[in-house]
Ligand binder design. Sequence first.
Ligand SMILES: [Zn+2]
Ligand SMILES: [Zn+2]
Length: 580
Amino acid sequence: MDLNLKKHHDELLFLPLGGANEIGMNVNLYHLNGKWLMIDCGMGFAYNIPGVDMMTADISFIKSQRKNLLGIVLTHIHEDHLGAVQYLWRELEAPVYATKLAANFLRTKLDEFKLAPQVPIKIIDGSKELNIGPFTLDFIGLTHSVPEMQAVMLKTSKGNILHTGDWKFDPDPVVGSVSQKDKIRAYGDRNEILAVVCDSTNALSEGHSRSEGDLYKSLKALIAGRNGLVGVTTFASNLARIHTIARIARDLGRKVVLAGFSLHRLYEVGKKSGYFTEDFEFISDREIKFYDKKELLVICTGCQGEPNAAARKIATDNHPTIRFSKGDLMIFSSKIIPGNELKIFELFDELAKKQIDVMTEKDHFVHVSGHPSQDELKELYALARPQIAIPVHGEFIHTKTHCEIAKECGVPRVIQIENGAVIKFENEDPNSTSTIAKVKSGYFGVDGKQLLDLNGEVIRERKKLQFGGIVMVSLVVNDSLTLQSEIRLTAVGSYDLKKDRDAEDLIKKEIQLILKNKSRELNLNSGFGLRFLQKKKKSKKLKEGKIIGEIEKTLRSKLLKIFEDLMGKRPALEVTLHLI
Ligand SMILES: [Zn+2]
Ligand SMILES: [Zn+2]
């Protein structure tokens, strides 16, 4: 079902390229009158892919439409909403719209990629509507774990869509303003909302999310009686939480030490954007030695057990300046993201081995989510009264449950969507399918500064290397395929040839035999050698230029069989034949 853009030129369409099948990697597209608008351009976690921890969406569809892409609107600073801009912007080259905080944060990332001067960033002023082609954007501030979270009311001639971004209804968000429920209610009362495209992260959680303000009291009580060093690890992007912890530190007479690059970056960006203005006392980790343990509170990165983050370094005594010991406390003010359990439990174990006390959300009230529970979803539908609900930002189980909640709330049309599905909003026969087309969707792995197709050659090879290692064979031959130097045979991560000289001899003999047979088969001693055959237009079996490749192929398949006998599996194997 390809997308016929001519046929649907005048229609209001929705197409998620990421975030509809998962929590993370949000990339949403809206279409009207042949023009596209992207809301969010985020990253996702990658698992079990060697060398790749993060991934972006496959954006090849919108890349092919980039002349019609009017802009990229970022709802807030979280990585799953803006983290892919520095990787994908060159392929899109559209202006980026962000609040001051998100813009400052994005600039630091673009700087790393030397992209900052090229990317036009327009600052969102939430109090004014913004016109971008056929779309008018009315921003609605909602509470989340970071300030300046902007839901977008996308106003169009075909109806209005509320794209929520990440949100909760928190009466005391610690930083930033409370949710602008009245704005949503006003649209709802006028029956002006065609569709709500909404966060499903906590659709399985009953009740109402707890407030960041409540967390202050709980964390403070847990830390108040401690005499040793206290560490709190949290998501480095959780600006509200860092404020909460800094307030507790201040109120308990402790100085705050930040540990971890991304926390320092958030602090700097926050300061630049008008946050961290209270009388907090932040000190550098080099100043720790001047204070008693009970005068300090360390906020550190690594709540997901990341191997190179500060919490792991502290737990293994590898941090250059921060030392935890018996009786000190590490609080995990975060949730365990599915997929990260192993790394996190390893970290708990490291801390336990050193007799450091550990508190997590499993045993204490040390974390609140930034996403809506079921009661908040119901409240939103009651306020917005949309014709259509499209749950996003969730695994299948979350969006499915969210669909049921929306139905219970009386939303007439509820659509469970997947990445790459193109949805037509206009209300036609309610029994007809909403998906009018499917476009290519998928994932690209972030590998240092390059992006790799997760279904592509490089990743396939890398996985093979990871599981079977590699064998490299290099041969120098003359025109009649006679060896001109010692065969170079190198096995890396595959088979220990140094311990098994017999195997090495066997392989080398086999190579010599193959070369001899090939030479005879091709009659290379008749005066017409390899070079002649290479140039010859068409020999019986071999096409021009392919002869060396064909010999390499024969060698490769024979040697693979030998290694399969030796190892019980096949390594990656490279054969290079140099003709001199
Ligand atoms: Zn978020
Ligand atoms: Zn998110």
